[in-house]
Write a protein that binds this ligand. Sequence first.
Ligand code: CP
Ligand code: NVA
Length: 323
Amino acid sequence: RPRHFLSLKDLTSTELATLVDNATAHKNALQSASRSSWPLASSLSGSTISLIFSKRSTRTRVSTEGAVVALGGHPMFLGKDDIQLGVNESLYDTSVVISSMTAGIVARVGPHKDIADLAKDSSVPVINALCDTFHPMQIVADLACLTQALSTNAAGLKGLKIAWVGDANNVLYDMCIGARKLGIDMAVATPKGYEIPDRVKSMIEEAGEGTLLETNEPEQAVKDANVIVTDTWISMGQEEESQKRLKAFAGYQVTEDMAKRGGAADDWKFMHCLPRHAEEVNDEVFYGPRSLVFPEAQNRLWSAIATLEGFVVNKGDIKKTQS
Ligand code: CP
Ligand code: NVA
């Protein structure tokens, strides 16, 4: 059976640290003058990787297509209007057929059950490019971005404090799981009624050390935070709840004032996986000197390369890269 990557919970702490540090190694190698001797350049030569996307994407599509090309393979983008899936054909049939002709499947779906079903019947590795519960390649990128910004490695993130202010969603869940695995403390502020569900909390608790503080007060979450993170208040698929959510999240916009009132660390950094709307974070923070959002987005490319190397090229044997 192939090894799939549906969530950071599929990795040991050591494997997560390795993927994060490999992402930075690929960044350094591919941005250096000696990029022509990068040892992975033909590692997917002759292989097709299918990219099944049932939802919109900028970063995930660009980074995974670019990663497949960097590894010498052929990315085959299959948008929701391109294939029979969901209209004329079941997940089972799609998974068996596509995996019989490609070396890996990267998929963005709605419910987590869809990616789990795709993986169950696939004869090649399935990599989650976002479902309603997880977004693992995003968090590998976020952690790599943090190590670069703080001039350390994955092990050096231990003891860091990350505050999340906003919705409890797919990005947050994998972030909490990843934080536990690296010994990072998380504090999460969500409005009442939008907290992390119990079934996800147990997954987070099982993931490792690191604490999780939950509150309905943004100022309490950001106390002593080294990093403040948010995401959209309305994830893809929740559009019909827009009005209700905009009301519920009033007061949750990340601003310099909020961070000061709550007592964030003086040198706190800001992260957001993008796409961003102004209600979540004001321009001063988003475009200001604390913001890591654009290097964070670029790290999606290095994260996708590290993920494909680990799960497709090395068939799930996550080890320090030779690059
Ligand atoms: N952060 C992220 O996954 O963005 P896209 O939806 O543009 O891929
Ligand atoms: N939580 C967002 C992330 C987008 C990258 C969503 O699921 O739409």
